[in-house]
Structures are given as structure tokens and as C-alpha cells.
Design a binder for this molecule. Sequence first.
Ligand code: FCB
Length: 437
Amino acid sequence: MVTNPIPQFPAGFLWGVSTSAHQIEGAADAREPSVWDVFTAEPGRVKDGSTAAVACDHYHRYREDVALLADLGVDAYRFSVSWPRVNSPGGLDFYDRLVDELCAAGVRPVVTLFHWDLPVTLDWLERDTASRFADYASAVAGRLGDRVAKWITLNEPAEHTLLGHALGAHAPGRRLMFDALPVAHHQLLAHGLAVRALRAAGAGDIGIANSHGPTWPASATPEDMAAAEFYDVLLNRLFSDPLLLGRYPEGIGELMAKSPEDVATDLKVIAEPVDWYGINYYAPTRVGAPQGEEIAFGGLSLPSELPFSVREIEGRPVTDFGWPVVPEALTELLTGFRERYGDRLPPVVVTENGCSCEGVEDRERIAYLDGHIRALHRAVEAGVDVRGYFVWSLLDNFEWAEGYARRFGLVHVDYTTLERTPKASYGWLRDLLRARR
Ligand code: FCB
């Protein structure tokens, strides 16, 4: 059991929890379909064959969920707006009500504009989707901008590109391998255009949420080192270098230069300064040279033709998802970011961190969060300007291709009755937040 008090974070540090629209809202009949609705309807795509048509029914139960947030005592709540819902009559009214409810409860709304549920009529392979995204961002800001505390343009464009378009494990289920790179570029362009559109609509405090984690080479052989370097570029630099330095990493830059698009001009839009940079962290990855066979990795099956292979991190507890629990890698990640980007790195917010485990007496989750919050504090002590920490997630929810089999919530959801039951970790976090005051 955890006994030492968590050290104090700087004044104004924002404590929050995160969710996303497709994973919790349900009410699929009150919006246009998204690429995820199409994907989940295809047999074999989602492990337990489930869909998010009802999910946690947050759309109808948001008042109860906001009461849970208020009781938990978080400063902020990160949720996403569903673009397909906004495209549907009355769609923005729901978010208007939610934001009002949050403000009345003293919880600051943090809005993600895109958390993977693209309207089915759109496609990230098309450049025009970037402009459509900026129009959508303006519409949301026009309606909610007076009450939203922070904006996030995109959630994890790296995972969305890799899982959705390169490997086919997520919607829209394409297996394009490196031909998926235009999807990365168009999302980055969408981000830059949306930053401008949000500012033009009077919105401020704008960031992005990217997934990152240290890459550890399997050994010091040149083959393993080169493979790890390549993986690191894909996960840790493909999006942050253009955003923060205004250029693509070497190698990727050459691939992009072959595209018919004016990448150099686009990079000026992409590098529009953000007010803060969001990092979603779960685990580090050990990477070595390709081993010539299809391998299982965190619920995924990675094709053998990739120029790297993912290896096990031994000697660590693993979550239900099979992800190793390595809190100190969060300190390494954040101090490494500070070293790489120096003064180009704006203040950082950890926009997601958490683990999947079963049960309401979730001691593993408490240990996970405790370890990671301490690791975060060490990064602050080392001089990284970290302004907030958001737990993934408030509720158990629809975990994409894993369906309802993975439970990340501080609050248990019974998917038959939709009853919410706060877990031990919810009580632990509430006590932590109260002690801080
Ligand atoms: C992140 C996603 C989030 C959730 C967690 C477990 O990659 O942003 O929606 O699925 O993983």
C-alpha cells in the first residue's frame, strides 16, 4: 500500500481526468456515422464484437458523470467533441449543456476536437479534410469558446496514422504501411489551420495531445540501434519535430519531399506556435532489428515487413493490456523532450496516463498512478515546465479494437445496467486532491 504523501506540485498545476466522445457517449442514433461505426460493424475488427452504439450512455447521463467529477475534486475535465455529432442537427447543443454543467460544478472544460471519430464522409488521405477540420474548429469555438479553458486540436495523430491507416488495427482499417504518410501530413496541416481558426474565433490556450514514450534499443548492436532509432522517429518525432521545429525528421523529410504537395509551405502553418504541448504516456517500448515474423504487441499483430521489431520489457509488472509498468520512463521522456527541444518546447501537460486492470478494488491502478505522479514530480524538479496531469480515464469505456474488455476507469461501469461505481483508485485520487488543498 502507498504511504508516502505525494510531493507538492507548482501553484496552478491542473489536475484532471480524460475521456473521448466515441468511447463514452453512445447515442449513435443522434449523430452521423463515423469511421469507427463502419469499422466496428465489420466482423472480426473489434475483439469482443461490441460497438460503441451505447457505450457508457454518457450522452444521456452526463449530469451524473459531472457530479462524479465534482466529487472527485479535479480542476479540469478533458473530453472530446464528436465531429459527426456537430454535423447533425442539435449536435452542438449537447456540448453546450455539458460545458454549462461543468462550469456550474467548478470543473474547467478542456476540449479535444478530434479523437479519431472522423465523419464517414471524410478521409485523412484527402488534403481537403484539413480545411474542413479548421471550419469545424471555428464552429465549435464560436459556440463554446467563452467557457472552454483549454483546446486540444488532435488526439494522438501518430497512433491514428499508424493503427488506423498503416497497420489496419483501428478505423478506418487500412494497411497502407508507409503509404499512410499523407495521413500524418494532413493531420498536421489540419492542426495548424485549426490553431489559426481557433485564434481567429477568439479562443486561446491551444495545444495538441500526442502519444510518446521512450524507445529502448534491444541491444547495442548497430542493427538494433538503427531499428530503435527508426521507431523513435515514427513515435516520438514525426509529429513533434514539424510542430516544434518546423521540419520533418531526416528520412521522413525525404519521403515527404516526394509528395506532390508543397510541404515547405505547409510546414509554416504546421509550426504555428502552440500555447502548450500535451503528452499521452503509457509505457516505453523496447525495439530491435526485424525478426522476420509477425509479432503480437499490446493487442496488435505487427507485420513482419516492418523495419523493426518490438521486444518484451522483462522484469516489470504488466497491465491487463500487456503494457509494462515503468514509471521512471515518464521522467526520462519529459527530461529527454526538454533536452531535444530546449526553448522551443512550450509548457507541457500530461494529457493521458493510466492503466487497464479488472475489479473495483484496483490496487494495481493506485500503484500505477502513484508511481507515475512521483515520476512526473521528478521531471518538474529537473526543470521541465509541466502544468497539468490528466488520468485516463474517468469511466471504463469502449477501448477501440479491444471493445469493453479493457477497463481504464477510476469509475466502474456495468455495461448491462450502466450503473457507475467509483473504484478504490477514485477514492485514492480524491484524497490526494483534497490533501493538496
Ligand atoms: C490512448 C487513446 C485513448 C485510450 C488510451 C488507453 O492511445 O488516446 O483513447 O484508448 O490510449
